[in-house]
Design a protein around this ligand. Structure first.
Ligand code: SF4
Length: 507
């Protein structure tokens, strides 16, 4: 631990050095609210002052953040490793009496739903302040080989591919029930993060920026956050350092181009750049702002794929298959085919647990026919949902005038609230199942789900209306075009809503 402490100390000193170069002058409340040119500056609201102070507290207390990160890392490793050292729980075991059930409840019942919720509420604070993989990768890269990031890593499809593969593999190996698949999926991801950090970058998070399987989801969800570090680009350009002083630097581990940062998607909210060049500040904003006013300026087709195919499609399929009659029908057909063609291996548990669930002692086995059906069902569900939603979005795009792919990808972003809500409800369904198994039956669950889904759908439609306003122009046909485009985008919302309603209310 001595070397780790030394690393913290070095980091702190450098962070504080940077911090002292752009200290409290911007806490002057009269400088906080930009007024009209020539007008007297308005006094900032207490909430703005408080947010600014929080940003600067983060910048100046990196040591406390590092201690929190190491604490989370040790807790996380314990939750992954300890359940593999004890027998699987009995039917009479409880969350409070068996470490495996405690780890399951913590990981899948509290941790993941909590991380998703926090990203929507406060941006990627989890990534920047607590994530064990991010902190480990950054720490490893500080002392590693410092190689340049390969171009191969920069392919935007990696997080999507990794998300789809881990989601399906997790279902095949029953990662929510058994500790060994957790070691492979979460432990394997942590080892990869550390290895990538050791090889590439210097003091950076190459893993988080290009490869992390959940970074694509976090990028989308962070767009809804009402908090962000905003760069005042005029102040940035205006800034001149005092003569004779050294050039200031700030280490942004996820490599965000902070001088031109316009959104919260890539920012890990670590606070290190707070106050930098007197231009960056933690601020509140409308939760619609980034989607409506920033996302359209720089269309990102990969985000559309992540949202519509992975989040609305694959994630929904992964939650739906256990209750689906279609799944049973496909499996039945495959099993009959196997018997008719003497392919008995398809209906026998011949694969090991690390490929397909195989725990005969627990009376829990999957046969290859289950695995094949699962993959077909999840990918098929994703294809149906994605094609329907994309067709509706294409219709909305055409309703606004000539085809423009930038407009299409901008309109797709209106679906983010529903994607976020669906995956949160899907994960929290595990929380509720685990609580019910312990005899606690939380009240108003169906009502709460209905309310959240209805609210998310309504939010999507408001976003669609506002996005159409950006593209429709001001001519006489603008209003009918906006109405038609919003109606078509609402069909895409209905596609997502239908899948979640069928999971929660028709299963
Ligand atoms: S832009 Fe970079 S340095 Fe600034 S808060 Fe975000 S992650 Fe931290």
């Amino acid at each position: 631990m001595a070397s780790l402490d030394a690393a913290f100390d070095n980091r702190d000193r450098s962070a504080n050095r940077v911090g002292r170069r752009y200290p409290l002058q911007h806490l002057d409340p009269h400088r906080l609210a930009p007024g009209a040119p020539g007008a007297a500056p308005k006094a900032a609201r207490p909430i703005d002052v408080a947010l600014r102070r929080i940003g600067e507290w983060l910048r100046d207390h990196q040591r406390a953040i590092h201690i929190a990160q190491w604490s989370v890392l040790f807790f996380y490793m314990a939750l992954i490793v300890v359940p593999t050292l004890v027998p699987l729980p009995e039917r009479t075991s409880h969350i409070w009496s068996h470490v495996t059930l405690l780890a399951q409840f913590t990981f899948w019942g509290i941790w993941w739903p909590g991380v998703l919720l926090s990203t929507v509420l406060v941006g990627r604070v989890w990534c920047g302040l607590l994530c064990p993989e991010g902190s480990l990768s950054e720490r490893a890269s500080r002392h590693g080989f410092g190689l340049a990031t390969p171009r191969l890593f920069m392919w935007k499809g990696w997080p999507i591919l990794a998300f789809i593969v881990t989601t399906i593999y997790g279902q095949m190996t029953s990662v929510y029930q058994y500790p060994l698949p957790v070691v492979i999926i979460l432990g394997g991801s942590t080892v990869l993060a550390a290895g990538i950090g050791l090889l590439y970058g210097r003091d950076k998070r190459v893993w988080c920026r290009f490869l992390c399987p959940v970074s694509g989801v976090f990028r989308l969800l962070a767009k809804l956050a009402p908090l962000h570090f905003r760069t005042d680009q005029q102040a940035w350009r205006r800034y001149r350092r005092a003569p004779g002083t050294a050039k200031e630097t700030v280490n942004c581990a996820p490599m965000v181009p902070i001088g031109v940062m316009r959104g919260a998607s890539d920012c890990h909210m670590c606070g290190r750049c707070s106050g930098f060049r007197d231009a960056i500040v933690l601020e509140r904003r409308s939760p619609n702002h980034e989607i409506v006013h920033v996302a359209g300026a720089e269309p990102k087709p990969w985000e559309t794929v992540m949202l519509v195919v992975a989040l609305m499609g694959v994630a929904t399929g992964a939650f739906l298959w256990t209750t689906s009659d279609v799944f049973i029908a496909i499996k039945q057909t495959l099993a009959e085919w196997a018997v008719a063609h003497d392919a008995m291996w398809l209906i026998q548990p011949v694969l090991p647990w690390w490929i397909l669930t195989n725990y005969p002692d627990q009376h829990d086995v999957m046969v290859p026919a289950d695995g094949i059906t699962l993959i077909v069902f999840v990918l098929g569900t994703a294809a149906v949902i994605a094609c329907s939603a994309l067709a509706a979005l294409a219709l909305a795009t055409r309703a606004l005038g000539r085809w423009r792919s930038a407009r299409f990808h901008h309109l797709a972003q209106c679906l983010i609230p529903l994607g976020a809500c669906g995956v949160f409800l899907g994960l929290s369904a595990l929380t509720i199942t685990m609580l019910r198994a312990e005899g606690f039956d939380p009240p108003f669950v169906p009502e709460g789900r209905a309310l959240l889904l209805a609210g998310a759908a309504l939010w999507c439609m408001v976003l669609a209306w506002q996005i159409t306003g950006v593209h429709a122009g001001t001519h006489a046909r603008a209003l009918p075009r906006r109405l038609a485009a919003t109606a078509a985008a609402s069909l895409a919302v209905a596609v997502g809503l239908t899948s979640w309603v069928s999971l929660f209310f028709m299963g």
